[in-house]
Design a binder for this molecule. Structure first.
Ligand SMILES: NC(=O)c1ccc[n+]([C@@H]2O[C@H](COP(=O)([O-])OP(=O)(O)OC[C@H]3O[C@@H](n4cnc5c(N)ncnc54)[C@H](O)[C@@H]3O)[C@@H](O)[C@H]2O)c1
Length: 473
């Protein structure tokens, strides 16, 4: 199922008319997702010299043949890359077919007038005559849209689409358009959210399963109840509507029921929208610890609608801000200062980019745990009386201090209060962290904002002192 999700395990190809921004946006997307970048025009020029000269000396048909080869070669590479395709590349049916098979294709739309003003006067052979340029635009625009799996306007839009994620007001109203398959639909919904945000899934046969609010949802008994009661076939789908606890549980049930059915995540908390619903990690809690049983199972779509946050209690919003600050520190941008819609979209896009670079957490994805090693230890030591977001806020303080970075952002935006937990219990929990199976604690620190490093080992005494400093005397 994961192989069908956006560009998760495929190339990401950008198509569009001259001047749409494929090279600029593609380069930035490649940087954010840490994928190789192939700009087909540049690659042709690298091998065969300037395109203007190729057109002049060998003609457009010869250029198109070279272009077809370069695109085919790039799409054959095993390592998923970001490709910016020349404006005419999609003219070849064989290229369109290869894109359908090997890539997730995103169209960058541009108006003819805007495109002309960006590219005329240069040496592009097909951007010399205004009337011809506009004619070409009319001819090609439908081809881009026909071959595209998604349309996106900017870097964030491309990254979000590449992980089947949409963010914007009103998304809750068109959930039905994103539910895969034709069979029946099970909506698993947090009981509090159920009363606040009714969900319309169109004409599909639908059964609604309210589940307990909060961490009480992530229990094997709740999963067991769903395994017993679900009546959906492989052509059906599950929709999760709620915060991180709902999407973690429902995603886990979707991963295990019939060995995996498609699911759609509709996060309704700030934590869910900027973090928990994105990235395919699903799971439940067991007596040995939180999230100890789970699976990677990527949602077929993540639909983020900031409108639903209007009913979110203030303390839940504050807890979500801890993940926003974490994301901003990792991205090196003050994302917490943005208006809510933009903030949510930017954080979601950053997480998508990190996940696309390392979907199954073999390396870089670990940076998302900034502050979490300390946070988890404090949560566990409080026997989960301390909320995750509040624990993460404290964890960020520790991570910044150990990184030698200023902590004022955390203090000003999150204002964390020292935890009232037993110091030895917190230390024991930190040493037990599931990401330190060999007994060595590996931390995520920041060389500077925007420059995280993971897998950092520090002397125990230093780590313990940082943990102790988070605990009330
Ligand atoms: N899978 C991941 O990658 C990942 C990442 C981060 C966190 N998580 C998990 O997410 C969970 C925390 O998620 P959370 O903070 O969203 O908690 P949550 O799901 O428990 O929601 C918090 C509270 O807000 C209520 N609520 C939800 N939406 C609402 C709305 N729109 N209006 C009013 N009330 C609403 C819920 O009923 C609940 O009481 C933890 O279990 C954590 O382990 C998972």
């Amino acid at each position: 199922v994961d192989a069908q999700v956006g560009a998760l395990r495929r190339h990401l190809a950008l198509v569009g008319f001259m001047g749409a921004g494929k090279t600029t946006i593609g380069g930035e997307v490649a940087r954010l997702t840490e994928r190789p970048f192939v700009d087909t025009d540049r690659e042709i020029e690298r091998r065969h010299g300037p395109i203007a000269r190729l057109f002049r000396e060998r003609g457009e048909a010869a250029f198109r043949r070279l272009e077809e080869q370069v695109v085919a070669e790039a799409l054959r590479a095993d390592e998923p890359a970001v490709l910016a395709l020349g404006g005419g590349a999609v003219l070849a049916e064989v290229t369109r077919e290869r894109l359908r098979r090997h890539a997730f294709t995103v169209c960058l739309p541009v108006g003819a007038e805007a495109a002309w003003s960006r590219v005329h006067g240069g040496d592009r052979p097909l951007a010399q005559d205004r009337a011809e340029f506009f004619e070409l635009f009319e001819e090609r625009e439908p081809l881009y849209l026909a071959v595209a799996d998604a349309v996106a306007e900017d870097v964030e839009g491309v990254v979000l689409a590449s992980l089947a994620t949409e963010s914007g007001r009103g998304r809750l109203e068109d959930v039905d358009a994103h539910i895969p398959g034709r069979g029946s639909v099970a909506v698993v919904v947090d009981e509090t959210v159920h009363a606040l945000h009714p969900l319309d899934v169109g004409d599909r046969e639908v059964t609604t399963f309210p589940i307990p609010a909060g961490e009480a949802a992530k229990q094997v008994a709740v999963a067991d109840g769903l395994w017993r009661d679900l009546r959906i076939g492989r052509d059906g789908a599950l929709v999760a509507l709620g915060g991180g606890t709902t999407t973690d549980l429902a995603g886990f049930v979707a991963a295990t029921y019939l060995r995996g059915i498609p699911w759609v995540a509709v996060p309704t908390t700030l934590v869910g929208q900027v973090d928990a619903a994105i990235g395919g990690k699903t799971g439940i809690d067991v007596p040995g610890g939180k999230n100890l049983v789970g699976a990677f199972h990527f949602p077929a779509a993540v639909l983020i609608d900031p409108d639903v946050l209007d009913t979110l209690p203030g303390e839940e919003r504050r807890r979500g801000m801890a993940e926003v600050v974490k994301t901003g520190l990792l991205a090196g941008k003050p994302l917490w200062e943005l208006p809510e819609d933009e903030m949510v979209r930017a954080c979601a896009a950053f997480k998508c980019a990190v996940v696309l670079s390392d979907p199954y957490e073999r390396g870089r994805r670990a940076i998302l745990n900034l502050g979490h090693t300390f946070g988890h230890a404090l949560e566990a030591a409080s026997e989960y009386a301390l909320a995750h977001g509040d624990a993460v806020a404290l964890g960020l303080l520790a991570a910044l201090r150990l990184s030698g970075q200023p902590t004022d952002v955390v203090e000003e935006v999150l204002g964390p209060e020292p935890a009232r937990v037993d110091r030895d219990a917190a230390w024991a929990a930190l040493k037990r962290d599931k990401k330190a199976a060999d007994g060595r604690t590996r931390l995520v620190l920041l060389r500077a904002p925007g420059e995280p490093e993971h897998g950092v080992e520090l002397p125990d005494a230093e780590v313990r002192a940082a943990l102790d400093a988070l605990i009330a005397p």
